[in-house]
Design a protein around this ligand. Structure first.
Ligand SMILES: NC(=O)c1ccc[n+]([C@@H]2O[C@H](COP(=O)([O-])OP(=O)(O)OC[C@H]3O[C@@H](n4cnc5c(N)ncnc54)[C@H](O)[C@@H]3O)[C@@H](O)[C@H]2O)c1
Length: 356
């Protein structure tokens, strides 16, 4: 970290100006007192222009031009998943700090290349797993680590909504989210990756075994044929510290969003986002129940400040590790990859040896 970086505003460039750039990255950089937007690139130039009109900054003619701009300190990579690795590696090589959206990449090998690029550059690399930054999840983690609820036994949960075709800037049945070549995965890489990161965070261990069943239950392309990626996934994880997790991921949850997580411990149960207006409820083994005040969760229809940009800018300014590192992004991606293998081969996949 060069000394000037602590004293100056961080100037950010955004690559990919679709929904996540529009709803989170651009407004959250604009709201951060230590950041300024240097500019935008999107192959659909009007999208970059729209955001520059709203938030200031230049419209770049190419990603190369953005990365070559010495005024840019940091880059948000907000393009489709298959473009994450290339942009991240190039940005780090150009001396920029990088906030890469989730999933970090489409293969674990790509994620490893990104980590090596970070280490060569000596810059910050953060991955946009926003769930561990949610206030309720942070409080839950503190309670669990505090030890008064005993040992974690199981983590169960779901992440479901009606699908990305109503969210993506290029929505509809032909959205890139439904194209394996651009997305890498279906719902597993889109929603699952969030829950895998959260499960690691709450379980306090690493996934050792992965079992998954994939279904394409309902989504179709415009010609009526089934999409080429899974729209539902049923995942069972065994962690190296003995914790077991079970997660249902769905793009066919046609009725609001479900983002509930439940942690069962020897001393009680922690319920996250399972009840309307009660983001965190803890029920102890003796029946004592406490509901904690905390901000609501972001949904496609209701965007609240995610804290991702504030966390990224603070880590750039201070040089400390971000709350979600490249290694965290890689670990979640290894689980997603193992899910795909498990579903294809119809058997559990061993990722790591279980601790003795
Ligand atoms: N953290 C979260 O909760 C969250 C939520 C939604 C999406 N995301 C992630 O953000 C990324 C973008 O998703 P989105 O929802 O904004 O999608 P989107 O379809 O709305 O936008 C993608 C944008 O990328 C642009 N693009 C296409 N090819 C490009 C290229 N080669 N270089 C640069 N830009 C290119 C498109 O023109 C489009 O404007 C994805 O990786 C997605 O998984 C994260």
């Amino acid at each position: 970290m060069n000394e000037d970086e602590t004293a100056k505003m961080i100037k950010a460039g955004i690559i990919g100006c679709g929904s996540i750039a529009r709803f989170r990255h651009a407004p959250e950089y604009a709201a951060n007192g230590n950041a300024r937007i240097a500019g935008f690139f999107d192959p659909v130039t009007e999208r970059a222009r729209e955001l520059a009109d709203l938030y200031g900054g230049r419209v770049y003619g190419s990603a190369e031009e953005l990365l070559a701009d010495g005024a840019v300190d940091a880059v948000s990579v907000c393009a489709h998943n298959a473009a994450h690795c290339g942009y991240t590696v190039d940005a780090l090589a150009a001396g920029k700090h990088v906030l890469c959206e989730k999933p970090m990449a489409v293969t674990a090998d790509e994620a490893r290349r990104m980590i090596r690029a970070r280490d060569r550059a000596g810059k910050i690399l953060m991955v946009g797993h926003n769930q561990r930054l949610l206030q309720a999840n942070k409080i839950a983690k503190e309670l669990i680590d505090g030890g008064t609820l005993g040992r974690v036994l199981t983590v169960t949960g779901a992440f479901g909504h009606a699908g990305p075709e109503g969210w993506s800037r290029d929505g509809g049945a032909e959205t890139w989210f439904f194209q394996k070549g651009k997305a890498g995965f279906g719902v597993t890489g889109d929603l699952g990756i969030h829950k895998f990161d959260l499960a690691r965070y709450l379980a306090g261990g690493e996934a050792a075994t992965v079992y998954a069943d994939f279904r394409t239950a309902d989504k179709t392309y415009g010609d009526g044929s089934r999409i080429g990626v899974e729209d539902n996934a049923f995942v069972i994880l065994g962690f190296d510290n003995g914790v077991a997790a079970q997660i249902h991921l769905s793009w066919t949850h046609y009725g609001g969003e479900d983002n509930a997580t439940r942690v069962c411990l020897t001393g009680g149960v922690v319920k996250l986002f399972g009840e309307p207006n009660r983001p965190l409820v803890v029920v102890k083994r003796d029946g004592e129940t406490r509901s904690y005040d905390a901000a609501g969760i972001q949904t496609n229809g209701r965007q609240t400040a995610s804290g991702v940009i504030d966390e990224f800018i603070d880590s750039v300014l201070t040089g400390r590790k971000p709350a979600v590192t490249g290694e965290d992004g890689l670990a979640a991606l290894e689980i997603a990859e193992a899910c795909a293998r498990s579903a294809a081969e119809k058997r559990p996949i061993e990722l790591k040896k279980v601790r003795g």
